[in-house]
Design a protein around this ligand. Structure first.
Ligand SMILES: [Fe+2]
Ligand SMILES: [Fe+2]
Length: 261
């Protein structure tokens, strides 16, 4: 392939046309044939899946009282551990969410230290009801406090159902693995505020869907008190999503602070 424009090397310096041509030639010579047969890989994956054990198991409720009292047996398939598994997942997610906001707050504070502030205040409609006008930092700290409050509320709920809130259920394990990339983005010193908000958008979308699913499960189990507690948590999560999405949109549509994007 003939180079027509100057390229840039990994340090950002312009490459000469000759160097660019040599690089393209090497890429052409060393690239594998366009058709790569991956059928063996696919068959091997299918074999591994067939042989694999499950990702852990859920401990059964530790008191007969909890089991009977909660109506867990009425859950789909008569499986009392389904709800405990998903409650364990939300505990893990809310705990991770608290840490994600710790990292986002640190990222934002680093920008504030350079005497710039790329974020507008969250719209009054999504600020906490009855509270005075918040700075973006107040809003972030408020959301972090809500994630932590959700974590604590869930641990109590599991204990009251006779479960062990400290156990890592299979879904908690899987969701922790799925969240690892988001945590890496937030804790990478090189990432911008907009990149971090984009990762947080993934987390908050998942958070919202997770609460919706959990509300259905506690509703099926006849746990009316938990339904109302979880609906209140979902309302807060919907606000988190609005705030994060609004800030991301703002940063990308009015790039007054290019270093934040
Ligand atoms: Fe959350
Ligand atoms: Fe959230």
């Amino acid at each position: 392939m003939q180079a027509t424009t100057l390229g840039h090397n990994r340090t950002g310096a312009a490459m000469s046309p000759a160097a660019l041509q040599a690089m393209n030639q090497a890429a052409d010579e060393l690239s594998p044939a366009p058709f790569i047969d991956t059928s063996d890989l696919r068959l091997q994956k299918i074999a591994f899946i067939g042989e694999a054990e499950a990702v852990g198991s859920v401990p059964a409720p530790n008191t007969a009282k909890g089991y009977v009292k909660t109506g867990l047996a009425a859950l789909k398939g008569g499986e009392p551990t389904v709800l405990l598994d998903k409650l364990g997942e939300r505990i893990a997610f809310e705990r991770s969410g608290t840490r994600l906001y710790d990292a986002l707050i640190a990222k934002y504070e680093a920008i504030l230290e350079s005497d710039s502030d790329p974020l507008p205040p969250a719209p009054p409609a999504v600020q906490a009801a009855g509270a005075p006008a918040e700075t973006p930092l107040d809003t972030l700290k408020g959301i972090r406090a809500e994630e932590l409050a959700h974590f604590k509320m869930l641990t109590l709920a599991v204990a009251n159902l006779g479960g062990d809130p400290t156990s890592q259920t299979p879904s908690a394990d899987v969701t922790a693995v799925a969240s690892m990339g988001i945590m890496q983005v937030l804790n990478d010193p090189r990432t911008t505020l907009a990149q971090c908000l984009n990762a947080m958008l993934t987390a908050e979308l998942t958070d919202n869907a997770g609460w919706e699913l959990l509300i259905n499960l506690v509703n099926d189990a006849g746990e009316d008190q938990l339904v109302s507690q979880f609906e209140a948590a979902l309302a807060e999560e919907q606000r988190h999503l609005q705030v994060i999405k609004g800030w991301l949109t703002e940063l990308l549509s009015s790039p007054v602070e290019p270093e934040a994007i």
